[in-house]
Design a protein around this ligand. Structure first.
Ligand SMILES: Cc1ncc(COP(=O)(O)O)c(C=O)c1O
Length: 399
């Protein structure tokens, strides 16, 4: 247990730990505080589906409440859910995970990420990750007293982290590589040949790979490769996945971690003491999603794809060059030709045109010069947002 002595306390009240004081509030949240109370805003900001959870999933959850399923479940998650998940991963990726010991049901990938870091890192251990990256990646490492090691990624390289760049940053403190593809915020994907090269490094250096594949089902015209399917990688990978994005279930708070028994047992111990078990009603909903959610995913993906094509073309047409995202539901256009920083651009766009986007630097310094636009919103809203952005860009474009 970490105890903060009086001496170590921070200057202000003295009660906040250095660990908590070190991490900054999420740049996304800070921005949305600005937005609250404003009327007529079109939001391309929050990264969540605009769909309501499919009815059959909600219905299964309602029935479970009617039947009185209101107790804690097993710490690892309902046996039926773990069995269903094990079969699902076998069918989808031909992976064998023992439902008793190799799967843990968590409160979203958020919890799984935190548990993974706390279960594997000793103070000072380094975790290599791409920049820009999902807001919780570096924070989860810092909270576990590890050190995030950032690898800048560039539009010219499709925002892909490269094996060579990873290898160049390996030290005797490196414990893990954290991958998050399809990527939030860029929409980049890593295809199998690139992943193979990263797997080769992980094998040679004995590194753990923590692979956040929450957007694995939201890919357009390509096949997602699950990192754990690569040669000898299942033992060396903590595979994180969830229900929030693919099944439009953000508010249910359910996800999973799959990995070798030793690491999953360590994660389960922390989960036991901090969470006990993921919400029972959400676990029932997750069972139904796994059993009968494929058609919903297909329908939503087809719809996201239409919006993706529309927004990427629209952004390019209004003079905000946008690389083609092939996964997740984000476009990440460059705003460099406006001469503004991404934070200035986002704030002014919100104030002057009432369009909410997220500044690229909310995801790390390599996000400077970019904004994140979530296109999981209606085509009509995207159309109107693009009109407003066109006006804004014309007004501010540097000649
Ligand atoms: C890359 C990534 N990982 C994890 C999460 C957290 O997801 P969950 O709702 O499962 O906690 C998000 C949410 O936006 C995300 O974008």
């Amino acid at each position: 247990m970490v105890i903060t002595s009086k001496k170590q306390r921070t200057k202000s009240s003295g009660y906040v730990s250095r660990r908590a004081a070190t991490i900054a509030p999420s740049g996304i949240r800070k921005f949305f505080d600005l937005l609250s109370g404003m009327e007529g805003v079109i939001s391309l900001g929050v990264g969540e589906p605009d769909y309501t959870t499919p009815w059959h999933i909600r219905e299964a959850a309602i029935y479970s409440i009617e039947k009185g399923m209101t107790m804690y479940t097993s710490n690892s998650g309902m046996p039926e859910l773990r069995r269903e998940l094990s079969q699902f991963l076998k069918k989808l990726y031909n992976l064998d995970y023992d439902p008793n010991g190799e799967l843990l049901i968590t409160v979203g990938v958020s919890e799984a990420l935190d548990l993974a870091m706390r279960a594997v890192l000793n103070p000072g251990d380094e975790v290599i990750m791409a920049d820009p990256h999902y807001v919780a990646y570096d924070a989860s490492v810092i909270l576990a007293e590890g050190v995030p090691v950032l690898v800048p990624t560039y539009e010219s390289n499709n925002f892909e982290i490269t094996a060579a760049d990873i290898e160049a940053r390996i030290t005797d403190k490196t414990k893990a590589i954290l991958l998050g593809y399809p990527s939030n915020p860029t929409g980049a994907v890593l295809e199998i040949d690139k992943l193979e090269k990263i797997a080769d490094i992980a094998r040679r250096h004995g590194l753990l790979v923590i692979s956040d594949e929450i957007y694995s089902r939201l890919v357009y015209g390509i096949q997602h490769t699950c990192f754990a399917t690569l040669q000898k990688m299942q033992e060396q990978t903590i595979f994180l996945g969830g229900f929030s994005k693919a099944y439009a279930m953000t508010g249910w708070r359910v996800g999973f971690a799959a990995g070798n028994k030793e690491v999953i047992a360590a994660m389960t111990k922390i989960h036991q003491y901090t969470i006990m078990s993921a919400p029972t009603v959400a676990q029932v909903a997750a069972i139904e999603a796994l059993k009968a959610g494929e058609d919903d995913i297909a329908e939503m993906v087809a719809d996201y794809n239409r919006r993706r094509l529309y927004i990427v073309k629209g952004l390019n047409d209004i003079g905000l060059p946008c690389f083609e995202p092939r996964g997740a539901f984000y476009a990440f256009p460059s705003i460099k030709n406006t001469g503004m920083t991404s934070e200035e651009f986002s704030e002014k766009l919100l104030v002057e045109e009432k369009v909410a986007v997220v500044h690229g630097t909310a995801f790390g310094q390599s996000g400077e010069g970019y904004i994140r636009c979530c296109y999981a919103t209606s085509l009509a809203d995207i159309e109107e947002a693009l009109l407003r952005m066109k006006r804004f860009v014309e007004k501010h474009r540097q000649s």
